[in-house]
Design a binder for this molecule. Structure first.
Ligand code: SF4
Ligand code: SF4
Length: 435
């Protein structure tokens, strides 16, 4: 009974804090502008199934992709076992499904163990890749301190949790032969390798090890679930909505600003599809997170910090300050700052800071060539270029702060309808010269 009460308390606390954090993330995303995305539902669903569930874009590099799939499938499937943990914890039972599933239970446990070993090996590989092989995209300036610690913590936690499952199963198998309370599971292949290390222990010690591993695993899983909401690992959940709401237009397509489009059309005497809005158009472009669309903010929480975008970015590769990964990380960090401030009754967006300037500099956004290489590289359909363009729009249109050479180009477009400083009436002079 004491164990059941302790379990209910721990489960209740974990649920409370996870729910609180999920609501905070939802509120932070809602700081963005409303952007209704209800079109092309079947294409969107297709993207969700292929890119988020099928991890299609990961397979550009086969070995890391397979290992990543092991971690991902392992995470999803092994957590089915948590259902049994929760029911056992609430009812005070032990392996409640075993009598009902018969030999199928043993098969399921062997599948879980196979995935546990696959996850464990994949995590060891990824730890070595990050910390020993020092793959370049994990060593950039924005990856110092917390992002690297976060990635390592996640990998180490998964290794420890998988080891706990295997240890629990190994001691359980030994106890099945010594204590009638332990339900027969049949031979569990992978955890059997741990039996020689445990078989000389007394029954009471084995019961302690089995119970300790059980509690460690379930508390670890609940703690992990809460931790994920603060970590880049949020992508395991948010990749689904992010791929669904991802951009479907061709990569070169840049969204016009409706207010500007209508203004230009009315100057040219072209009828506009919709009447110009009667109210103030608001800010041109984006200075802070509330000027971005909510789906840009969702993307920032979805970013896995994998750096595939930065590794392909020509500006970054030629030594410029720009890193599309940092653009997404900065957007998320600013969201967190504003969200935390609002939650504690602070100034929120009016704290005297902004995404542009305090997090992302003009030097970074001006280095972007709009090539879309980062968009193409992203495994979860994130579009850092959309944010960069909105920030540049703000600098150009609200601050007139574009580089001088761009300003003279803008002026030429305005007065000559072309980037060059020739009058439109002189356009056909070249034909006269050839007469
Ligand atoms: S669009 Fe900009 S940020 Fe993205 S890869 Fe090209 S230069 Fe880099
Ligand atoms: S934007 Fe995409 S490619 Fe870039 S770090 Fe984030 S998840 Fe990786």
């Amino acid at each position: 009974m004491i164990q059941q009460i302790a379990f209910v308390l721990i489960l209740g606390l974990a649920t409370f804090f996870i729910r609180k954090r999920v609501l905070r993330i939802r509120d932070n995303i809602k700081l963005g502008k409303n952007n209704s995305i209800t079109d092309r539902k079947s294409e969107r669903l297709n993207n969700l199934l292929l890119v988020a569930l099928g991890q299609k874009k990961m397979f550009k590099k086969v070995i890391p992709a397979i290992l990543h799939v092991f971690i991902y499938v392992g995470f999803l499937v092994i957590n089915l076992e948590v259902l049994e943990f929760v029911i056992d914890g609430l009812l005070g039972t032990h392996r409640i499904f075993a009598p009902y599933l018969g030999s199928f239970y043993g098969m399921l446990m062997n599948l879980f163990e196979f995935l546990a070993v696959a996850v464990l090996l994949a995590c060891v590989f990824f730890l070595i890749r990050r910390n020993v092989m020092k793959v370049a995209r994990f060593q950039s300036a924005e990856m110092k301190k917390w992002p690297t610690l976060d990635a390592n913590l996640i990998l180490i936690t998964e290794i420890v949790l998988m080891t706990a499952i295997l240890t629990m199963n190994a001691s359980d198998q030994l106890l099945q032969g010594r204590d009638e309370h332990y339900v027969a599971t049949g031979n569990l292949f992978f955890s059997s390798f741990l039996i020689p290390a445990l078989e000389n222990f007394s029954t009471s010690t084995l019961i302690f090890i089995e119970r300790f591993a059980w509690w460690f695993h379930i508390i670890g899983i609940l703690g992990f679930a809460l931790y994920v909401t603060y970590s880049k690992h949020l992508h395991i959940f948010l990749a689904f909505p992010n791929t669904y709401y991802g951009k479907l237009e061709a990569k070169g397509h840049i969204n016009n600003m409706p207010v500007v489009t209508n203004e230009v059309k009315s100057m040219l005497g072209i009828a506009t599809e919709a009447p110009a809005p009667p109210t103030e158009p608001g800010r041109f472009g984006a200075k802070d997170i509330n000027d971005l669309n909510w789906n840009n903010l969702l993307a920032a929480y979805t970013c896995t910090e994998c750096g595939r975008c930065t590794a392909e970015c020509p500006a970054n590769l030629t030594g410029k300050k720009l890193s599309p990964r940092k653009i997404m990380m900065d957007t998320r960090d600013r969201m967190e700052e504003v969200g935390n401030s609002l939650a504690s009754g602070g100034a929120g967006l009016n704290d005297g800071k902004s995404l542009l300037g305090d997090y992302i500099s003009k030097e970074e956004i001006n280095a972007c060539t709009s090539c879309n290489a980062c968009v193409e590289a992203c495994p979860v359909l994130i579009n850092p270029l959309e944010i960069i363009i909105e920030l540049r729009r703000y600098v150009s249109m609200e601050e007139s702060g574009a580089p001088a050479s761009w300003n003279s180009m803008y002026q030429n477009i305005e007065t000559n309808f072309a980037p060059w400083k020739f009058s439109p009436s002189d356009r056909f002079n070249w034909a006269n010269e050839n007469k």
